[in-house]
Design a protein around this ligand. Structure first.
Ligand code: AMP
Length: 218
């Protein structure tokens, strides 16, 4: 049995990248509340219209809205999930805990720890396609000029508006204000594992995979 994985980390800590690898390896379902919210904005749904200015400012959407959106995409009876970017505070952690059941034997919280200077640099180099594929100018310097390797479209790879410096500052401040209580929360439940996310993508993935493999043979 795979554990449900709660991925915690600053913007740019590699949650999305690691999620992608874990999905391929372990057939996880992926719940990225950021992706779900951006999809609602792209569809111009009522919810999307309601939250668009909040995302643009880098602030947090209210807990109820995010929880509802998240729960509507989960089928816990038939799949295991990576929760990427949810929870963002203790209220959401409690909501998720109730949602996943109180037994706590079906989940693991991973904190992707990385220093703030590194994430600021990573975010400044991050580019995304409209289809969700993520690039780094560090490895793909011409990302904004090429056709997307996932969807094949050209001219669709851009910098996310909330990855611009002024908004990143707000997002990192919110992260800094909320992370410690979240870590305490999962530590007290003996669910927390801290992973050094400054290592290479491959090493970070190996370290997370080892934790999952260990959990599966218990
Ligand atoms: P992310 O892609 O996870 O960095 O999220 C992008 C933006 O979506 C955040 O800056 C928030 O505005 C919003 N968001 C994503 N997940 C949550 C959440 N769990 N709670 C509140 N707002 C969220």
């Amino acid at each position: 049995m795979n554990p449900n994985m709660i991925l915690i980390g600053a913007p740019g800590s590699g949650k999305g990248t690691q999620s992608e690898k874990l999905i391929k390896q372990y057939s996880y379902g992926h719940i990225s509340t950021g992706d779900l919210l951006r999809a609602e904005i792209a569809k111009a749904s009522d919810l999307g219209k309601r939250v668009s200015s909040i995302l643009a400012k880098g602030e947090l959407v209210d807990d109820g809205t995010v929880m509802e959106l998240m729960a509507s995409r989960c089928d816990l009876n038939n799949n295991f999930y990576i929760f990427d970017g949810f929870p963002r505070n203790i209220a959401q952690a409690n909501l998720l805990q109730n949602f996943l059941s109180t037994e706590q034997n079906n989940q693991m919280a991973i904190y992707l720890k990385v220093d703030i200077e590194s994430v600021v640099k990573r975010i400044s180099l991050r580019r995304v396609c409209k289809c969700g594929q993520v690039y780094s100018l560090a490895s793909t310097p011409d990302a904004e000029k090429i056709a997307c390797t996932k969807c094949g479209n050209a001219g669709t790879i851009i910098q996310r508006k909330d990855d611009m410096p002024e908004v990143v500052e707000t997002r990192l401040k919110i992260f800094a204000d909320t992370i410690e209580p979240m870590l305490e929360y999962y530590k007290s439940k003996q669910l927390l594992h801290v992973i050094d996310a400054s290592l290479t993508e491959e090493l970070v993935f190996k370290n997370i995979s080892d934790l999952i493999d260990n959990f599966r043979i218990k």
